[in-house]
Structure formats: structure tokens, C-alpha cells
Design a binder for this molecule. Structure first.
Ligand code: BES
Ligand code: MN
Ligand code: MN
Length: 456
């Protein structure tokens, strides 16, 4: 059944898409200092749009990093208040030569919109803005009270929003959070995400000699920090995917038997996942756990890059004075970033080879979270999704992290409804990131219905 707001959204779809493309052209890469102004520009564009559609008290809130965007509309007396969350920052686009069309020149191809940030998270964040616009334009009011809180540092750990939420400002007074930054388990399968892994992102710096050295003159006598780093990394995880940090697994809360049973009934084909999504000869990881358990409910450890030394074309015979590695660990319920980091740091210091010094630095962190499912907002979301997609919702976890979701519960007492419309092959953080155009459209309709159900 259509409503005036859904009709409005359908009529205005081409303009919504053009606006999203304009937002995607701004390279708001939060981790790169040279894009600081672009981050602010993206924030300002969204703030201007929130103002234009009729949201009130619209402003940028400065943080130590990139600004937050805030807006509200609080005239639905007696109705609940939603806190609508999303992020306008994106990951770096490299490797550039693997993109079919340039990352910041959005292009439509075969039913998808390709650009960095298309699905993570500008496209999904914009669905929230366009659902609000459609409701306000069609009805001159919203079915519930709404606050909007967007951040520009999600991809770098979300320090700014975490400090804001922890300070318990009046802007956080709400009944639940709506988070549009997750994915559907499969195309056309309405999905609510009920759990995220946490993480600690660290950097190891190993130092050997006082400066770079000729590897012929000194090789054999001088310590090599890259070799030392490789030796350290090789002792972090064994060949069965088991992390060797003492105590690391202590206290983990496993999923319930019901949850595991539900996961087993999801339409998941391991071979298809291996070939189509991962594209590798074999999957790795802890034996005794399914792929979904390994990625949703078990901690893991990965190395992202090892900057330092000689990386140019050709050969340079040098023993570098220092070597670094970016190492992160995903955490699951029962683990905390502080405890995991302390265990890791102590272990690295213990296993470091002779002749080198090692610094273990924490770059950012986020807690794991599980959201409650037995509340009227989750039920409203489930009804809304059924209306639009004609199917029962599946409840899944995700292996990714959105650090602020745990803080919403801890500091503001808000249960989160994580309603996302990404697809498993959307290439988040990778070349050729995309957002399915039908999902953008039906995502907006789902949100329009959800706001209605949450108020009714
Ligand atoms: N939106 C993702 C997380 C996500 C992906 C949730 C898929 C559910 C399904 C988010 O933008 C993200 O990438 N987060 C980072 C967080 C980190 C940098 C603190 C991540 O998971 O690596
Ligand atoms: Mn995201
Ligand atoms: Mn991301």
C-alpha cells in the first residue's frame, strides 16, 4: 500500500540520486589529514540539506577531529524519539588502478551506483535524510520525534562522537537509535543486524640500529627490524587461526543455542562465499566453527600493512633502522578493548627478539555489542520490512564494527535498530564499492514505513 510519503519518494527518486552523487564527489576520507576540509564540506552539505527539508536546530558540532552533524524535529508530542545515526566519512580509495570508474566520480552501471562511500555509509545515511524529507514534504510532520546525529570519524574509530555521547548532552535524549550502516544477508532478504564485533587497531614499531645501514657491511651482525617484526607476527596466531596471546579468549560469551540454530538456517553456501565474495582457493580460520561463527562470534587478528624500509621499484641493499606493522584484532561479547590490548602488549614485549626495541601503540578501539531484540522498535522495524519486501526478516550479526553503537546503550541507554541495505558483494573498503539502486529506493521506503510503525 502506498502512502503520500512513499509516493513522494518514488516521484523524487532521480533527484535523490543526483544529490547523493554530489555528496559522493566530496572525498571525505577521515584518516588522511589532507582531506580534513573535505570532511567538513561533506558535513556542511548534509547539514544544509537537513535544514532545507525542514529539520530544526541544525548545526555542526566541533570535536577534536571531524565535526558531528546534528538536527532535530521534536513536535510529535507523546510519541517516541529516534536518534538517527550514520557517518559521512569514507575509507581511502586505494588501490586506484583497480577501480573501473574513479572512486569520487559516481557512476551508474547495471543497477548499481559505484563510488567510494556509495554504501558505506553516505548512501545509507542519505536514505535516512530522504525518508525524513519524504515524510515532512508529504505530511508536513513526522510520525515520531527525530534527532539526527552523524559523524565523520567512524572509519577511524569514532573518537569525537564517543566523547560527545559520553558527556551525556541533552541532544542524546531519545528512546532508541536507528543505525543505517549494515547489510542484508542476501539480496531481497530483509535483515536486521543484532550484533557487531568490537576492535582494537594497533601499530607495532620495531627499532634496531641507530640509522639505516648497508646490508653487506653490517648484515649478519646488525638486527633487522623487519625480520624481528615478522617473527613477532608469526607468534600472534597459529596455523589453525588460534590467537596465541595468553588469556585472549577468557570470558568470551558464546552465542546461544537458539542463535546458532537460526544461523544454520540462513541461506549460506560456503563454496559460493569462498569463490564469489572472498575469491580465494581456501578459507582459513578456527576449526570447529562455521564461517558465520568465525566472522560474527569469534575474535580474530589481522595485519593490514607493514610500512617502512625500501618499497620502491628495483633493489636497495639496506637494513632499515625501523619497521612498523598495522595490526588489528576484532573482539566479541565478553571481551573489552582495554583488557585485550593489555594482554597483547604484554605478550609482544615478552616475545620480542633480542637486539630490537618494540613500541605497541593503540590507534583506536571500539567495544563489541549485542542489541536487544525484544522491544517495540525492533518489532516496528520487522513489520516495516515485511511491508516493503514481502518477507520475514532475518536477524544476523556482522563481523564489522561500529564503535558508537555500544556507547549508545552504555551512555544513553538507547537500544539500537540496525537496519541496513548493503549487499554482501558491495565491496566495502575495497575498489569498486557500490550501492544497489533498488536497495537505495526500497531502503528509503522501508525507513518511511519504519518511522510510521514506530509512531503507531
Ligand atoms: N559499516 C561498517 C561496519 C559494518 C560493515 C557493519 C558491514 C555491518 C556490516 C563500518 O563503516 C566500518 O567499516 N567500521 C570499521 C570500524 C573501525 C574502523 C573502527 C570496521 O569495521 O573496520
Ligand atoms: Mn560504515
Ligand atoms: Mn566502513
Amino acid at each position: 500500500m502506498s502512502t503520500p510519503a512513499i509516493h513522494y519518494a518514488q516521484q523524487n527518486h532521480p533527484r535523490f540520486l543526483d544529490e547523493l552523487k554530489a555528496l559522493l564527489r566530496i572525498p571525505s576520507i577521515s584518516t588522511l589529514p589532507e582531506h580534513k576540509a573535505d570532511c567538513r564540506k561533506a558535513a556542511q552539505v548534509v547539514a544544509d540539506e537537513l535544514k532545507r527539508i525542514g529539520m530544526e536546530n541544525v548545526r555542526l558540532i566541533d570535536t577534536e577531529g571531524h565535526p558531528l552533524v546534528y538536527a532535530d524535529w521534536l513536535h510529535a508530542t507523546g510519541k517516541p524519539t529516534a536518534l538517527c545515526y550514520g557517518h559521512y566519512d569514507v575509507q581511502p580509495p586505494d588501490p586506484l588502478d583497480e577501480w573501473v570508474s574513479p572512486p569520487f566520480e559516481p557512476q551508474e552501471r547495471n543497477g548499481n551506483l559505484y563510488a567510494r562511500g556509495a554504501v558505506d555509509d553516505k548512501g545509507q545515511m542519505y536514505m535516512e535524510v530522504k525518508a525524513l524529507e519524504s515524510l515532512l514534504a508529504a505530511n508536513h510532520k513526522l510520525p515520531i520525534n527525530v534527532r539526527v546525529l552523524l559523524e565523520g570519524e567512524e572509519e577511524v574509530g569514532g573518537g569525537g562522537i564517543a566523547a560527545f555521547v559520553a558527556s551525556k548532552p541533552p541532544e542524546m535524549k531519545a528512546d532508541f537509535a536507528l543505525v543505517c550502516d549494515s547489510e542484508m544477508f542476501a539480496p531481497n532478504l530483509p535483515t536486521l543486524c543484532v550484533g557487531l564485533r568490537g576492535m582494537i587497531y594497533t601499530e607495532l614499531e620495531v627499532r634496531g640500529a641507530k640509522s639505516d645501514l648497508h646490508s653487506g657491511m653490517y648484515g649478519g651482525a646488525a638486527p633487522n627490524p623487519f625480520v624481528a617484526l615478522a617473527q613477532i607476527i608469526a607468534k600472534l596466531k597459529d596455523e589453525n587461526g588460534h590467537i596465541l596471546i595468553p588469556g585472549f579468549y577468557d570470558g568470551i560469551i558464546p552465542p546461544s543455542a537458539d542463535e546458532l540454530a537460526a544461523w544454520r538456517s540462513l541461506p549460506f553456501n560456503e563454496d559460493e562465499y569462498r569463490t564469489h565474495e572472498v575469491g580465494a582457493r581456501e578459507l582459513v580460520g578456527e576449526s570447529g566453527y562455521s564461517v558465520l561463527e568465525r566472522t560474527w562470534a569469534r575474535p580474530t587478528l589481522d595485519v593490514h600493512g607493514m610500512p617502512g624500509g625500501f618499497i620502491g621499484a628495483g633493489a636497495k641493499t639496506v637494513i632499515p633502522a625501523k619497521a612498523t606493522a598495522k595490526v588489528s584484532m576484532r573482539l566479541v561479547p565478553g571481551m573489552t578493548p582495554a583488557k585485550s590490548f593489555a594482554q597483547y602488549k604484554a605478550y609482544v614485549e615478552k616475545i620480542k627478539p633480542a637486539g630490537v626495541d618494540v613500541d605497541v601503540r593503540l590507534i583506536h578501539q571500539g567495544d563489541p555489542c549485542l542489541v536487544p531484540t525484544d522491544n517495540k522498535y525492533m518489532r516496528a522495524a520487522t513489520r516495516a520490512l515485511h511491508d516493503v519486501w514481502g518477507k520475514d526478516t532475518v536477524y544476523i550479526r556482522s563481523g564489522g564494527s561500529i564503535p558508537i553503537v555500544g556507547d549508545f546503550a552504555r551512555h544513553a541507554g538507547l537500544p539500537s535498530v540496525m537496519m541496513g541495505f548493503g549487499l554482501p558483494d558491495d565491496n566495502l573498503h575495497a575498489p569498486n564499492e557500490k550501492f544497489n539502486l533498488k536497495n537505495f529506493e526500497l531502503g528509503i521506503e522501508s525507513l518511511i514505513r519504519f518511522f510510521g510503525e514506530a509512531g503507531g
